[in-house]
Design a protein around this ligand. Structure first.
Ligand code: IDP
Ligand code: MG
Length: 138
């Protein structure tokens, strides 16, 4: 029996990367790794929306700066689809801190710092559904 586990996950190309015109290049990386971009849009969000999106981090000391940053400029939000897309995307992104990210990961290649780390990716199938709805349910 062939088991398939096609998943969707939410990816965001963050302001630091969009500002450096890296969005096209980063999308090519996803496609070359076998992800389909099933939906995408370039938007700029309000700080209040960033606060809702990152609510899980509201007690963290970096919460305010994080929300100010995500709403500071255009972002590209995408639904990525592939077998085991959630974990696959986390692996391709690399560690939160680009200094700790493995060679060949997006954050290693493009990340500037722990806050300006170029991409977001859902951390579980459950959160992927919530995050996809957040940006694409209308
Ligand atoms: P993740 O993006 O790898 O899932 P999270 O722990 O969920 O990492 O944190 C969300 C985002 O918050 C990170 O991508 C990064 O931009 C920012 N962040 C995380 N930890 C720190 C920190 O210690 N200082 C500043 N920003 C942080
Ligand atoms: Mg996270």
């Amino acid at each position: 029996m062939i088991m398939s586990n096609t998943e969707q996950t939410l990816s965001i190309i963050k302001p630091d990367a969009v500002e450096r015109n890296l969005d096209k290049e980063i999308k090519e990386i996803f496609k070359n790794k076998g992800f389909s971009i099933v939906n995408e849009k370039k938007i700029k969000i309000e700080k209040s929306e960033a606060e809702r999106f990152y609510k899980v981090h509201e007690t963290k000391p970096f919460y305010n700066d994080l929300c100010a940053y995500l709403s500071s400029g255009p972002i590209v939000v995408m639904i990525l689809e592939k077998e085991n897309a959630v974990l696959g995307n986390r692996e391709l992104m690399g560690a939160t801190n680009p200094n700790d990210a493995e060679e060949g990961t997006i954050r290693k290649k493009y990340g500037i710092s722990i806050d300006k780390n170029s991409v977001h990716g859902s951390d579980s199938v459950e959160n992927a559904k919530i995050e996809i709805d957040f940006f694409f349910k209308d």
